[in-house]
Design a protein around this ligand. Structure first.
Ligand code: HPA
Length: 235
């Protein structure tokens, strides 16, 4: 069976899928954490793998960058491949002064400047929220690690543009960071009656460029992000 963007057979995907933006990262994650990973789709180079973790099936697939791309893949996974849980594992820009480069964010809600969720229910500002059960499982796995933050992010459409003063205003409202996919994924999960969560490593800080880390430090913290995402996926 094929959808426009996924060529796989029914049953090729596990009920839970980890979704980094970058398909090459999906491959690295699959090769690192899955037992017996197999490639299940590669349309447009958007690689998807399925294997097991401790005997439980788990898939890993790229989402691409931005809310339209993420929406296409999550919609097809949930509507045509019976995927019940999507956990985005990615990077974000830091916004809150509490968040440092290398820290992990569990995004329980995602503000957005995108119109994608605005179109869903006429006259309604849709609340893009994570699955409570998935968020709880991720937070429980963090066990009081003070480099793990739980709160809201913003999913922006622009990477290189923001209205003057908007980032500072978001910081004033306690927004932890910025990505480009979470809000749309939460919208698709709501549409499909399924579950979604986003767990992010802060790769740079929009309001504090002094807090850079080494590549080694970033990789170590990505391990925390991945560990929390896997705990949520298999909970
Ligand atoms: N926006 C801005 N900076 C970032 C992002 C983003 O989506 N991701 C990582 N750094």
């Amino acid at each position: 069976m094929s959808t426009p963007h996924i060529a796989a057979e029914p049953g090729d995907f596990a009920p839970a899928v980890l979704m980094p933006g970058d398909p090459k990262r999906a491959q690295r994650i699959a090769e690192t954490i899955l037992d017996s990973p197999r490639l299940v789709t590669d349309v447009r180079g958007m690689l998807g793998f399925t294997g097991t973790v401790d005997g439980q099936p788990l898939s890993v697939m790229g989402s691409g960058m931005g809310q339209p791309s993420a929406t296409i893949y999550v919609t097809e996974l949930m509507k045509f491949f019976d995927v019940h849980r999507v956990i985005r594992v990615g990077t974000c820009g830091g916004i809150s002064p509490k968040v440092h480069v290398g820290d992990t964010i569990v995004a329980i809600g995602a503000h957005t400047d995108s119109a994608m969720n605005q179109l869903r229910i006429p006259g309604v500002n849709f609340s893009a929220v994570a699955s409570f059960n998935l968020a709880r499982a991720a937070v429980e796995a963090a066990t009081e690690d003070d480099t793990v933050h739980v709160g809201t992010i913003i999913s922006r459409d622009h990477f290189y543009f923001a209205p003057d003063g908007q980032t500072q205003r978001l910081a004033d409202y306690g927004v932890l960071g910025v990505d480009m996919e979470a809000a749309a994924m939460y919208g698709v999960a709501a549409e499909c009656g399924r579950e979604a969560l986003t767990v992010l490593t802060c790769s740079d800080h929009l309001l504090d460029s002094s807090s850079d880390m080494t590549a080694q430090e970033r990789e170590t913290q990505f391990e925390t992000t991945l560990r929390l995402a896997v705990a949520a996926a298999l909970s």
